[in-house]
Design a protein around this ligand. Structure first.
Ligand code: NDP
Length: 449
């Protein structure tokens, strides 16, 4: 609970107004607990009603998505787009398709996105969207019809200078392709920059698919080197999830000398003491779209266990949660610490519960919050938009070099802000403060809007 009187009052109001939104309240509380370290130096925040405005989305759109399944039955899902804050640029943030999606989840993701986008130093505001549609078990044709129906409503709310969505859980290049095709048909314009994460054939950026996972490892590399004089070399790494972020985090880890030994999906996890064979894993996930269990059937020496949370019992030097929110609780964090883990770097958004963060930070492990260490994805989406506007394509190396530089700068900004707040090395405080100050300046300069 924030102790500063102004922050506490605003937080109590949010709690009342958004009572049924636990994930959103969790995200607000974490940020407020960081901001209270500097709030006393900023009386202009209260005078400008800044935090009251900061926690209220500029616009929330909720809509019906009717579609027809392969059996001819009419199905209806619910769609969301939360346009949270446009102080420093057009709203930007992914679209998530997962049965757990609701307003609280989309609001927490949009709120985090404001600070994350600010940290990238690119001109992007914060937003997020999605639906409770579950792509699992659906045919390609069903996914296409769903995406078309989703965009038939969303198109009127987005645009390259308004709001530019991207992918997230359940939304990859296939879904972005179907949505882009529908957008283009409706508006009769090829607005490349309206969606990012596009295929290379129509305006996608090289290295965008890799960007979140690679960026996470670039951030982790800085943290290991500058805070511990260490590196990935020879370290065992446990990576939860086996989607976009997890796969490329595992790949970059290996390139930096680490060994990924465990990965998961929502049903269970695989352990491979020889190091995960990423060629097999990516074929299972990207081409065959099968469950991770199949890996253990195909790779000798590996084992599959039911229950994705048990992955945190696997002994490792570094843990990278890359699946979903609140996937690691206090007990999971305790298991990692007991087994000698030295660092937890978040690839997913808010994967640690507040108690897990306290345990990890309190035990002196390195810890990075997702809004800083997974910002490489949205940063590279920003680079994709730049290439679309310039009508040219950079090479993989050019994009990867820029991503690397951005992640180093984000680490530095977080570290310096943590130091300035009297909490040197607390990257959660640093990320919240550094991300917020820029947005606060922009909001105050633009008046009460
Ligand atoms: P994907 O859909 O590609 O993969 C998600 C992975 O996480 C799958 O292995 C999935 O398993 C697992 N998973 C999803 N929900 C749960 C759950 N409730 N419990 C356990 N496992 C779960 O998504 P991404 O890799 O793109 O995203 C992963 C995380 O990274 C999310 O938090 C996302 O917001 C964040 N992120 C993604 C970015 C990107 O560029 N893609 C950018 C920044 C952050 P299963 O297949 O069984 O569902």
């Amino acid at each position: 609970m924030p102790t500063n009187e102004y922050l506490n009052r605003v937080y109590e109001d949010v709690k009342k107004r958004d009572a049924g939104q636990p994930e959103f309240l969790q995200a607000v509380r974490e940020v407020f607990e960081s901001l209270e370290l500097i709030a006393v130096k900023h009386p202009e925040w209260e005078a400008g009603g800044l935090l009251e405005r900061f926690v209220e989305p500029e616009r929330v759109i909720v809509f019906r998505i009717p579609w027809v399944d392969d059996g001819g039955r009419v199905r209806v899902n619910r769609g969301y787009r939360v346009q949270f804050n446009s102080a420093i640029g057009p709203y930007k943030g992914g679209i998530r398709f997962h049965p757990s999606v609701n307003l609280s989840v989309i609001k927490f993701l949009g709120f985090e996105q404001i600070l994350k986008n600010s940290l990238t130093t690119l001109p992007m505001g914060g937003g997020k969207g999605g639906s409770d549609f579950d792509p699992k078990g659906k045919s390609d044709a069903e996914v296409m019809r769903f995406c078309q129906s989703f965009m038939t409503e969303l198109y009127r709310h987005i645009g390259q200078f308004t709001d530019t969505p991207a992918g997230d859980i359940g939304v990859g290049a296939r879904e972005i392709g179907y949505m882009f095709g529908t957008y283009k048909k409706i508006v009769n314009r090829f607005d490349g920059g309206v969606l990012t994460g596009k295929s290379l054939a129509f305006g996608g950026s090289l290295a965008r698919a890799q960007a979140t996972g690679y960026g996470l490892c670039y951030f982790a590399k800085e943290s290991l080197m500058l805070q511990r004089n260490e590196s990935f070399d020879g370290k065992t790494v446990v990576i939860s999830g086996s989607g976009n972020v997890a796969q490329y985090a595992a790949e970059k880890c290996a390139l930096l000398g680490g060994k990924g030994v465990a990965m998961s999906d929502s049903a269970g996890f695989i352990y491979d003491p020889n190091g995960i064979n990423l060629e097999v894993l990516m074929d299972i996930k990207q081409v065959r779209r099968e469950r991770i269990k199949v890996y253990a059937d195909e790779v000798p020496g590996s084992v599959y266990s039911e229950g994705c949370r048990n992955i945190w019992r696997v002994k490792c030097d570094i843990a990278m949660p890359c699946a979903s929110q609140n996937e690691m609780d206090e007990a999971d964090a305790g298991e990692l610490i007991k087994n000698g883990c030295m660092a937890v770097f978040e690839g997913a958004n808010m994967p640690l519960t507040p108690e897990a963060i306290d345990t990890v930070v309190g035990s002196g492990l390195l810890y990075s919050p997702g809004k800083a260490s997974n910002a490489g994805g949205v940063a590279t989406s920003g680079l994709e938009m730049t290439q679309n506007s310039m009508r040219l394509s950079w090479t993989f190396q050019e994009v990867d070099d820029k991503l690397h530089g951005i992640m180093q700068n984000i680490f530095r900004a977080c570290y310096e802000a943590s130091d300035a707040c009297g909490k040197p090395g607390n990257l959660m405080v640093g990320a919240n403060v550094a991300g917020f100050l820029k947005v606060a300046d922009a909001m105050l300069a633009q008046g009460i809007v």
